[in-house]
Design a protein around this ligand. Structure first.
Ligand SMILES: *[C@@H]1O[C@H](CO)[C@@H](O)[C@H](O)[C@H]1NC(C)=O
Ligand SMILES: *[C@@H]1O[C@H](CO)[C@@H](O)[C@H](O)[C@H]1NC(C)=O
Ligand SMILES: *[C@@H]1O[C@H](CO)[C@@H](O)[C@H](O)[C@H]1NC(C)=O
Ligand SMILES: *[C@@H]1O[C@H](CO)[C@@H](O)[C@H](O)[C@H]1NC(C)=O
Ligand SMILES: [Fe+2]
Length: 471
């Protein structure tokens, strides 16, 4: 067992060792750097014959079933699944819990090749005009070995409907990934939709980006993704750009397997888009698509932000893979160029929270901005700003590259809490003014919150939350 984490000074080391015994935290210049004891061994991917990768029984049985929101308001669902042997039926049969009348929706089937890998038959089918707040059953694989799943639609978009999101990033398919998913499933706060901040399968860590590991990831996550929507963000491990073996089309496996409703928000590419879900307006951005001035993503975001009506959706959340504020010595400043482009908009439009992944650890920022600099005035430090979002890095899902344990010292003032443990988050919106955020580390019991904070809405109740916090 070893202790990971670095101290402000050698004097603090002595205190930290004492505090550690009580499993506490050390106070630095910025915020808290948790001294939680954890294992530092490299994470290991689950072997191909693991229980979580088992192929469902029956000829041509649908596998890797996953759902995501299928429109802008939450009245449609995209159902996706893969059949291994034959295309089979493209239809989804669906019905509500209360009604016996079954309806059919028709989808499309896709296949792709990646070097010497050929995908199964990837089906995507959008079910439309669903009722809000309703449990639906659905059946896929009609004709051979059908399987039935269910989901619950969100409440109608509106300012005072409570709704709970789970937050997971950089999941991968290691033993730790399985622990993270299990903790998420058993968390008593009970997320209804996952906001996934990118880096799904890590298949690209295998020789020739062995796409078999995309299939195992789809089967591993099915136990959650078939029953609640996961809102997808593209990470660097989705790029799969390998010109050495002739694979020059970026994001090919990801875009074939995971469809998103980008057209519903007038986006022109599946890497940046928005949805409304209950009380939340969620904007997904792309760290790995062009975002400079005049680019499609820039023009889209510029037109998008004024459309957010906080009377309708009080909570404005942004998902992006590469964090803008990060005090680990991993991927440090990688998000900087995007921050320079968009941060002033986030302050102007009072974004509540930005969730990012990429760094394999957890960190929560203060409300800060750094938008005064104009090259000559020297104003280049983050300052406290109650119109600014809180930045949460949560790339701690459990992928095989291991934890980011090396932090910048001293902890910068913008960093409120940081800890190099695997875990997941819950963003529990209560009403238009209050949301409760908690972060759970994998080493604890299912109900233990390692970090938690009441969020006050930036539009309806822009009070400084940090005054609430016990430092
Ligand atoms: C693909 O090529 C690699 C390297 O030549 C080889 O190890 C692997 O078995 C091949 N896979 C398939 C499905 O042919
Ligand atoms: C994954 O976690 C589940 C519990 O949620 C457990 O049943 C299963 O055996 C685990 N599999 C592996 C390979 O760790
Ligand atoms: C932590 O990161 C810094 C900056 O990259 C590096 O100089 C230092 O050697 C690293 N420390 C460890 C223990 O890896
Ligand atoms: C909003 O939720 C918070 C936390 O549950 C509660 O304290 C507050 O009274 C609620 N506000 C309204 C207007 O219901
Ligand atoms: Fe990443």
């Amino acid at each position: 067992m070893s202790v990971v984490g670095f101290s402000c000074s050698s004097f603090v080391v002595v205190i930290a060792v004492l505090v550690m015994v009580l499993n506490g935290v050390e106070v630095c210049y910025g915020g808290k750097t948790s001294q939680f004891l954890r294992k530092v061994e490299k994470t290991v991917d689950m072997p191909l014959d693991s229980d979580v990768f088992a192929v469902p029984p029956g000829f041509n049985a649908p596998q890797q079933v996953h759902i995501t929101q299928g429109d802008h308001e939450g009245k449609a669902v995209i159902v996706s699944w893969i059949t291994p042997d034959k295309p089979g039926s493209n239809e989804v049969l669906y019905w509500t819990e209360k009604s016996k009348q079954k309806k059919l929706a028709f989808g499309k089937v896709y296949t792709y090749k990646f070097y010497n890998y050929t995908s199964g038959y990837i089906h995507h089918c959008t079910i439309k005009n669903l009722k809000y707040n309703t449990k639906y059953y659905y059946e896929v694989g009609i004709g051979y070995s059908p399987r039935t799943f269910w989901f619950v639609t969100p409440p109608e978009v509106g300012p005072d409907v409570p709704y709970t999101f789970g937050i997971i990033g950089d999941l991968g398919q290691s033993f730790d990934s399985n622990v993270t998913l299990t903790h998420y499933e058993r968390n008593p706060h009970n997320g209804k939709t996952v906001l996934f901040v990118g880096d799904l399968s890590y298949a690209d860590n295998y020789p020739f980006h062995d796409n078999v590991r995309w299939d195992t990831w789809g089967r591993f996550t099915e136990r959650s993704t078939a029953y609640q929507p996961w809102i997808w963000t593209a990470g660097n491990h989705e790029i799969d750009f390998v010109p050495e073996i002739g694979e020059t089309e970026p994001f090919k496996p990801f875009t074939n397997r995971y469809h998103v409703p980008y057209k519903a928000s007038e986006s022109t590419a599946p890497f940046w888009y928005s949805i409304k879900r209950g009380p939340a307006y969620i904007i997904v951005l792309a760290s790995y698509s062009a975002y400079g001035k005049y680019t499609p993503q820039y023009e889209w975001l510029e037109a998008e932000l004024p459309k957010v009506n906080r009377n309708e959706t009080p909570w404005l959340l942004v998902l992006v893979h590469s964090p803008w504020y990060n005090s680990y010595n991993y991927h440090y400043m990688e998000g900087e160029t995007m921050r320079v482009m968009y941060e002033s908009w986030f302050v102007r439009y009072k974004v509540d929270v930005v969730f990012a992944g990429h760094v394999h650890a957890y960190e929560r920022s203060e409300r800060i901005s750094n938008i005064a600099y104009n090259i000559v005035n020297g104003h280049c430090n983050p300052v406290k700003d109650q119109s600014a979002p809180v930045y949460i890095t949560i790339g701690d899902g459990g992928n095989l590259e291991g934890l980011a344990t090396n932090m910048t010292e001293p902890q910068p003032a913008y960093s409120a809490y940081r800890e190099a443990s695997f875990g997941h988050g819950i963003f529990d919106i209560k009403n238009r003014t209050h949301a409760y955020f908690s972060w759970n580390r994998n080493q604890d019991g299912y109900a233990v919150e390692a970090d938690a904070l009441w969020f006050f809405n930036r539009y309806w109740h822009p009070v400084d939350e940090s005054l609430n916090e016990q430092k």
